[in-house]
Write a protein that binds this ligand. Structure first.
Ligand SMILES: Cc1ncc(COP(=O)(O)O)c(C=O)c1O
Length: 361
């Protein structure tokens, strides 16, 4: 058996180490009084995705919680996939809303736009799709549904840094788009997230979000500040932002390696159920569908290849338990397996992964 192959592995180069040292030595680790990396990261990411505004926070979870706090969700419904990380759904609950689960398409594992309209009621306020694995959902169709029914489109783009839809980067479409920069993500930081805004009212939204990002603090001046409503401590730190700026410079190159690997998987893995190849996808994950999943994952583990499950469908967990029929989501819940796809995989490792799957699935 060769060396263990990790499911996730961030790229850690000389530059990341250098900027970390620099921030450490500056003694200004938090934002605000720091060297200004957080603001620089916001500006650079805004330029990269071409959005109206960007607000950096300390996780994708914080981005979702904060973004949905703008929506006055009490007693309102949010249409959302169940095949996602629990943070997507928690953000709805914590803001007083009700998740209404929608099934996913078999080829993308993203929200099936044809299943949305029958779920819309008088209480529906938001549609919250997830760009699962970095594959964009059908944003054009979902945008049309939102327009027709006067709903707000908020995207969970935790997997989609660098992905595109119709020639434009994810982050430039929906009114609010939430990113995660968790260490396993395509753009990795020790901890980080971001809210992108595309709306003529973005300056007003920015002011509200900035206050809520740091304990509700407003009207800062040399002598103090005021608080008009409660907020959280969701600020990104300077070390994360500095690392994020380095990662952003190489994001396209890293995503291109992910895509080359995904292209090989889509051609060489002998399985019916597997992620298709798409030039616009950021391939945060690469999924396959395997009938005897537990045995398969054990065999892969014994061959030194890590695999994972993304995700157990949220509607099957105690807190969110719902009697809904989501056939594709439930099939994925039983059969989906994530295999390694990241910039640190050599051709030989990719060969080993493909061989392992073709022999054991
Ligand atoms: C789809 C999705 N949404 C939200 C999040 C939350 O991001 P974070 O871990 O940065 O809080 C994740 C992270 O795993 C995710 O995969």
């Amino acid at each position: 058996m060769g060396k263990k192959i990790k499911l996730f592995d961030p790229s850690v180069g000389f530059e990341e180490q250098q900027v970390t040292q620099q921030v450490l030595k500056s003694h200004f680790w938090a934002s605000g009084a720091g060297i200004g990396y957080v603001k620089k990261f916001e500006d650079s990411f805004k330029k990269y995705i071409d959005s109206d505004d960007c607000i950096a926070v300390n996780s994708g979870t914080a981005a979702l919680n904060l973004a949905l706090s703008l929506m006055d969700l009490k007693g309102k419904e949010v249409i959302v996939p169940s095949l996602t990380f629990v943070a997507t759904i928690n953000a709805i609950l914590l803001n007083g809303g009700k998740p209404v689960f929608v099934d996913v398409e078999p080829h993308t594992m993203c929200v099936d736009p044809n299943q949305i309209e029958k779920l819309i009621t008088k209480k529906t306020k938001v549609i919250l799709p997830v760009h699962y694995a970095g594959m964009s959902c059908s944003l054009d169709k979902i945008e049309q549904i939102c327009k027709k029914n006067d709903l707000v489109l908020i995207e969970d783009a935790a997997h989609a840094a660098g992905a595109k839809f119709m020639g434009k980067r994810i982050g430039s479409h929906g009114i609010i788009v939430c990113f995660s920069f968790h260490p396993v993500k395509n753009l990795a930081m020790p901890t980080g997230g971001l809210i992108a805004i595309n709306d003529s009212g973005h300056r007003k939204m920015r002011d509200v979000l900035l206050a809520r990002r740091w304990c509700g603090i407003t009207n800062r001046n040399n002598f103090g500040y005021d608080v008009k409503e409660a907020g959280w401590n969701y600020y990104m730190n300077e070390i994360s932002a500095a690392i994020g700026l380095v990662q952003l410079k190489k994001l396209d190159a890293m995503n291109s390696i992910r895509r080359q690997i995904a292209k090989r998987y889509s051609k060489e893995i002998n399985l019916e159920g597997k992620m298709p190849f798409d030039e616009n996808c950021s391939y945060h994950l690469y999924w396959i569908m395997v009938k005897n999943r537990k045995r398969f994952m054990e065999k892969m583990f014994n061959a030194g290849i890590e695999t994972g499950i993304h995700y157990r469908p949220v509607h099957t967990m105690s807190l969110y338990k719902k009697n809904v029929s989501l056939p594709m989501t439930e099939t994925a819940g039983k059969e989906i397996v994530s295999i390694p796809v990241h910039q640190n995989l050599s051709d030989t490792k990719v060969d080993r992964i493909i061989r392992g799957i073709n022999e054991n699935a």
